[in-house]
Ligand binder design. Structure first.
Ligand code: ATP
Ligand code: MG
Length: 137
């Protein structure tokens, strides 16, 4: 079954909406195969978002991702990667469709509540970044 990585970012964790966001996944046919709350180090955040290292917003993105704990999950289900991206909504919450996670819980393009893998191939690497095999059940 297809798997993807979801991260509830520090803004949404601080707001206390982990449960509400997890409910969006479980109510839409995505199973939580793994989950953990953790504090990323600067080196970990830089490595996780390395594809964006040349972008002007990279420093702000890393600072934001280490500003507090995150809640990482492996979501599993048919078409899990694309389904998660649909549930998340557009990167900029002002452009996100009503009813999406970012429309409902995000404040800005920086503090945008959730991360989701953007391809099935990237999902495999991102899942390995956070979880070992025995944590995915
Ligand atoms: P994520 O990778 O976090 O799931 P995404 O795939 O929707 O989000 P990306 O293009 O991968 O968006 O950008 C990664 C993150 O970098 C975004 O979530 C956002 O917080 C930040 N970001 C992207 N574009 C901009 C921008 N133009 N200005 C500021 N921050 C940005
Ligand atoms: Mg992305």
């Amino acid at each position: 079954m297809e798997q993807t990585l979801s991260i509830i970012k520090p803004d949404a964790v601080a707001k206390g909406v982990i449960g509400k966001i997890v409910d969006r996944f479980e109510s839409n046919g995505l199973r939580i195969a793994a989950a953990k709350k953790l504090q990323l180090s600067q080196a970990e955040a830089e490595s996780f978002y390395a594809v964006h290292s040349e972008r002007p917003f990279f420093k702000d993105l890393v600072e934001f991702m280490i500003s507090g704990p995150v809640f990482a999950m492996v979501l599993e289900g048919e078409g899990a990667m694309a389904k998660n991206r649909d549930l998340m909504g557009a990167t900029n919450p002002q452009e996100a469709e009503p009813g999406t996670i970012r429309a409902d819980f995000a404040d800005s393009i920086d503090a945008n509540a959730v991360h989701g893998s953007d391809s099935v191939e990237n999902a495999k690497n991102e899942i390995k970044f956070f979880f070992c095999d025995r944590e995915i059940v």
